[in-house]
Design a protein around this ligand. Structure first.
Ligand code: PGA
Length: 249
């Protein structure tokens, strides 16, 4: 079975509204012929309404939400609010949320369940910090992240998810995982999906690589059998590099 190819831009806390509108306009204009790749963008939530108006063929999501329906949660946004403002997808478990904002496996699991119950697509991020890679225990570390917060889903539910492997030591550092390191972990993730679900399901789920993926290294990374695209931070802030990455399959 052929898995969906996906290139997703995580804009993080960057850009002003006018820059964001210009960026989405340029991406839309330069990707009209790119039917074989799904392009996703994750702008700051504040820009969601404006971006959703001009997104055209692109998929738009948010970088965060709080998994309660409504209530006294000052500063937070609910999944219904983001959905009604045009988001169809969410990032969950990004290492910056885990590390800077101390999101627990339990909170991440609640977010997964909230997204599933509202039929919002999930891009579930996992990945090990540097000291875990140096101890060579990255496999059990990443497997546990998936068991703790994702692998409780049913067969039908897990198939609506995308997984992004993002080694923390590669995010925003300019140090990319080597092709062998990426392929080895992606292959392992697919084998764990087979273990918990089935090989059919494992072969249907797109697994993206993230961490200093850019216009120069995307082709090599995307040539790996088990790498189905990328979750792109810095290089997604310019239409030219984002589109070059999207054309790297
Ligand atoms: P980077 O970020 O491409 O800037 O390394 C990737 C991410 O955090 O999703």
């Amino acid at each position: 079975m052929t898995r969906k190819k996906i290139v997703a831009g995580n804009w993080k806390m960057n850009l002003q509204l006018n820059d964001a509108i210009q960026l989405i306009d340029e991406i839309v204009d330069n990707s009209k012929d790119l039917s074989a790749v799904e392009l996703m963008v994750f702008p700051p939530a504040l820009f969601l309404l404006e971006i959703a108006k001009i997104k055209n063929q692109l998929t738009v999501g948010t970088q965060n939400f709080y998994p309660k329906e409504s209530g006294a949660f000052t500063g937070e946004i609910s999944i219904t609010q983001i959905k009604k403002c045009g988001a169809s997808h969410v990032l969950i478990g990004h290492s910056e949320r885990r590390e800077i904002f101390h999101e627990s496996e339990e909170l991440i699991k609640q977010k997964v369940d909230a997204a599933i119950s509202h039929e919002i697509g999930i891009v579930f991020c996992c990945g090990e910090p540097l000291h875990i890679r140096e101890n060579e225990t990255q496999s059990s570390y990443v497997k546990q992240q998936l068991i703790d917060s994702l692998f409780h889903l049913s067969d039908a539910e897990i198939q609506t998810c995308v997984i992004a492997y993002e080694p923390i030591w590669a995010i925003g550092t300019g140090r990319t995982a080597s092709v062998d390191e990426a392929e080895e972990m992606h292959c392992a993730i697919r084998s764990w999906i087979t273990e918990f679900y089935s090989s059919e399901i494992a072969n249907s789920i797109s697994i993206l690589y993230g961490g200093s993926c850019n216009a120069s290294n995307a082709k090599e990374l995307f040539s790996c059998q088990n790498v189905d695209g990328g979750l792109i931070g810095g290089a997604s802030l310019q239409a030219e590099s984002f589109i070059t990455i999207a054309r790297s399959f």
